[in-house]
Ligand binder design. Structure first.
Ligand code: NAI
Length: 337
């Protein structure tokens, strides 16, 4: 299939070219993100391959359809950036990679927790400057602490499994209890109880209309003073301004995020020579107890291989049979499972 691949980085190219030896698709790589301004690049391509911050709103989809695009292959799990009903209206199929390596994200999540708690990021810089003082580096034992997992699907379950190894008390909130989590000792409770009783709250639900700003001024007030909040799901699950207020008041003791609601203009790019115009992002970066990574939780060799392989397989299936088990339909948006 002829595929226009957007938001391409050298590492995408490397993994896709390697996996494509088994498929023989005709891949054309474009560096820019897919937006209203760049959509014309896709003209004449039956397939378009996109990532988390490409824009697939009704306007873009209409132009894709007019240019002959019939399938959009997301090389990620989340599909919050696609207007699925518009895609259906224009007869464009949407496929995704539902599971590539939930381990990558779960392990990064726990990495954020451990680093924030023991201030390893600060200790690293300090020791390299010959400062061996421990002042300000005090952490706590995870052993015996309560971890609240919001969204106990593939990634939430793996985080639960790792934290069970630390002998934590495990609380979870999800509309669909996961038997694997229950057998790991996780207790399903209401969201209120998760927020009220957890020392660490970690978010693993998809971004949907229901979960947008799930963590907001109101829910932050319910949390334990000094709580550690971790978000490796999607930025807009959290109201960042409310979180900044929570950090300033000390209600939130530390924040670890791999995603940010307005990340699209910043993440995946080297902007070290530029000013950050987004005051909310700039403010977040001033807190010593905030650890931010730029949407890298998925970024392992294993995940990139699996993403490339599944994406190309999805396209092959669509080309050969007209459907794929990894197709996303608009009714899936509610409580994605
Ligand atoms: P999954 O579909 O296996 O699990 C999601 C769980 O969230 C499901 O059990 C679902 O019932 C639950 N859920 C849905 N709405 C909820 C709500 N309102 N409250 C509580 N739970 C709710 O998905 P998976 O693979 O575990 O991924 C979770 C999310 O992680 C993805 O949707 C994606 O946004 C994010 N992600 C982030 C990556 C990164 O690099 N930072 C990479 C991959 C995924």
């Amino acid at each position: 299939m002829r595929v226009a691949v957007f938001s391409t980085k050298p590492y995408d190219r490397r993994f896709f070219d390697h996996a494509n030896c088994d498929f023989g698709h005709e891949l054309t790589y474009f560096e820019p993100r897919l937006t209203r301004e760049t959509v014309s690049l896709a003209e004449g391509f039956p397939a378009v391959c996109v990532f988390v911050n490409d824009v697939l709103d009704a306007d873009v989809l209409e132009q894709l359809s007019a240019g002959g695009t019939q399938v959009i292959a997301l090389r990620c799990a989340g599909f919050n950036n696609v207007n699925l009903s518009a895609a259906e209206q224009f007869g464009i199929k949407v496929v995704r990679v539902p599971a590539y390596s939930p381990y990558s994200v779960a392990e990064h999540t726990v990495g954020l927790m451990l680093t924030l708690n023991r201030k390893i990021h600060r200790a690293y810089a300090r020791v390299r400057e010959g400062n061996f003082s421990l002042e300000g580096l005090l952490g706590f034992d995870f052993h015996g602490r309560t971890i609240g997992v919001v969204g106990t699907g593939q990634i939430g379950m793996l985080v639960t499994r790792i934290m069970a190894g630390f002998d934590c008390r495990l609380l979870g909130f999800d509309m669909y209890p996961n038997d694997d989590c229950i057998s790991l000792g996780l207790e399903y409770v209401s969201l209120d109880t998760v927020l009220r009783e957890s020392d660490v709250v970690t978010l693993h639900c998809p971004l949907t209309p229901e979960t947008r700003h799930l963590i907001n001024a109101q829910t932050i007030k319910q949390m334990k003073p000094g709580v550690m909040l971790i978000n490796t799901s999607r930025g807009a699950v959290v109201d960042t301004r409310a979180v900044i207020d929570g950090l300033k008041e000390g209600r939130i003791g530390s924040l670890g995020i791999d995603v940010y609601e307005e990340e699209a203009d910043y993440f995946f790019e080297d902007l070290s020579q530029h000013m950050i115009a987004d005051d909310v992002l700039a403010r977040l970066l001033t807190f010593p107890n905030v650890l931010m990574t730029g949407h890298q939780a998925f970024f392992t060799q294993d995940a990139l291989s699996a993403i490339a392989e599944t994406t190309l397989k999805n396209l092959e299936k669509i080309e050969q049979t007209g459907s794929s088990k990894n197709e996303v339909k608009s009714q899936q948006v509610k409580g994605q499972k």
